[in-house]
Design a protein around this ligand. Structure first.
Ligand SMILES: [Zn+2]
Length: 425
């Protein structure tokens, strides 16, 4: 049997009530394109686009074109003159077209196709690869994400992590995002993202998830950021609120880095040779002590044998790692007492500040041990890193809205539309 394009289309993309009547290879300014003409099926009547119920035809509108998935890199177009129908309930409206969505000149199959590629490539690259515009890729992904958000299941969310993420260049308030993740063992995903990091932002986020989800939470994980603590205490009082390891460690690291930078500047200003020793030590100091190996280990060892303030601050930070190994709340409590006592006597202001902060949030901190085994600190950290990969490409997104769509698209694990049709990629 001779294979025709029509045979393939009928096999992979049949539309009930419509037939592929004519398919032609044409060229415009020496560029090829496929013209796929669609006609109504003779025996099957039209449907109303509002209620999807059968409705008799009224008249016919001028022909429209929709972009379809390219075949052998040849752009393909559907052409069809939609009927208007006279629906008993909705009056005279345009008929339901199963390959299209609203007024867009692009088929849903093509929007799914572009969206799936936009997860593997940047939007710009996707546009270039399939000979379309950035705007077209953006609108496709936007439709894809909105469909996913409307159809996702939020049952069974028991643990969430709340965090702030910085994006863009400045430290202005609107260059922060508030994110809510699901951090259950069986499912880790981005649930919500919104601009800024205020109480209002988080309240909006929790409201978007819905009362049922918030009331069903068992664990909530966050940093010591005051606006978040307030809102979580008010909205999800039944959940065990945990200050997690990842956030505490990053506070210690920030304090240590502050000490290093200040000391380095001081030594350089005084023309002391030790300034050299602090150079290029940043990541070696910030890593967990037992994870620094080889030549870096020797450099770190040499630095730690000095009388520098940075060395003492590092020792405090490294000592705190021990805290996480406790099995009992009591043991951990004793250790915290000891550690903060030492830090407060260290005469290193950034470390003292961390110690005071830990003491004032002791209860929430101890919840980490009460929730042991239920919450993984790597979950929030891992998702944050993935978000950074996306926001760093943000120069290509132009607007905040576009970035938000991209975040849901890559991290939301959203259900996908068009599962009934052929997967083109
Ligand atoms: Zn109707």
């Amino acid at each position: 049997m001779q294979l025709e394009v029509k045979t393939i289309l009928n096999k992979i993309q049949p539309f009930l009530g419509f037939v592929y009547s004519d398919i032609r290879l044409r060229s415009l300014k020496r560029k090829l394109y496929l013209e796929i003409t669609i006609e109504p099926h003779q025996a099957i009547g039209s449907k109303c686009s509002m209620c999807r119920k059968p409705a008799p035809g009224y008249d016919r509108l001028p022909e429209r074109w929709w972009r379809f998935v390219p075949l052998w890199a040849i752009p393909a177009w559907f052409r069809y003159a939609p009927r208007r129908v006279e629906c008993a309930e909705d009056g005279v409206v345009v008929e339901h077209l199963p390959w299209s969505e609203g007024k867009r000149p692009i088929t849903t199959a093509m929007m799914c196709f572009l969206s799936r590629w936009a997860r593997r490539l940047s939007w710009r690259e996707t546009a270039r690869a399939f000979d379309t515009s950035w705007e077209c890729v953006y609108r496709s992904v936007e439709w894809f994400v909105q469909w996913g958000l409307a159809h996702r299941q939020l049952e069974g969310v028991t643990s969430i992590g709340v965090d702030e993420i910085h994006w863009g260049q400045s430290k202005r308030a609107d260059h922060f995002l508030t994110v809510i993740y699901q951090i259950d063992r069986h499912c880790r995903r981005l649930l919500w993202v919104g601009p800024r990091r205020t109480q209002a932002t988080l309240r909006r986020g929790l409201a978007a998830l819905g009362e049922d989800v918030v009331k069903g939470l068992s664990f909530v994980c966050s940093d010591m950021w005051r606006p978040y603590l307030n809102v979580l205490a008010a909205k999800a009082a039944q959940a065990l609120h945990v200050l997690d390891r990842f956030h505490i460690t990053s506070h210690l690291n920030q304090a240590l880095d502050q000490v290093r930078r200040a000391e380095s500047a001081r030594l350089r200003a005084a023309g002391r040779p030790q300034a050299e020793q602090l150079k290029n030590m940043r990541w070696k100091l910030l890593r967990r002590g037992n994870r620094v190996r080889g030549r870096a280990r020797c450099q770190l060892g040499r630095l730690l044998r000095t009388k520098l303030v940075t060395a003492r601050a590092w020792a405090l930070k490294d000592l705190f790692e021990h805290f996480w190994t406790y099995k009992s709340v009591r043991g951990a409590g004793h250790f915290l007492e000891y550690w903060t006592w030492r830090a407060l006597r260290s005469r290193i202001e950034p470390m003292k500040k961390v110690a005071r902060m830990l003491r004032s949030h002791q209860d929430l901190l101890m919840n980490w041990f009460r929730a042991k085994g239920e919450i993984s600190s790597a979950a929030v950290e891992g998702l944050n890193n993935k978000i950074r990969v996306v926001t760093r490409r943000s120069y290509g997104f132009r607007t905040y809205e576009a970035m938000e769509i991209a975040l849901y698209h890559t991290l939301g694990r959203l259900p996908e539309p068009g599962e009934f049709t052929h997967r083109f990629c």
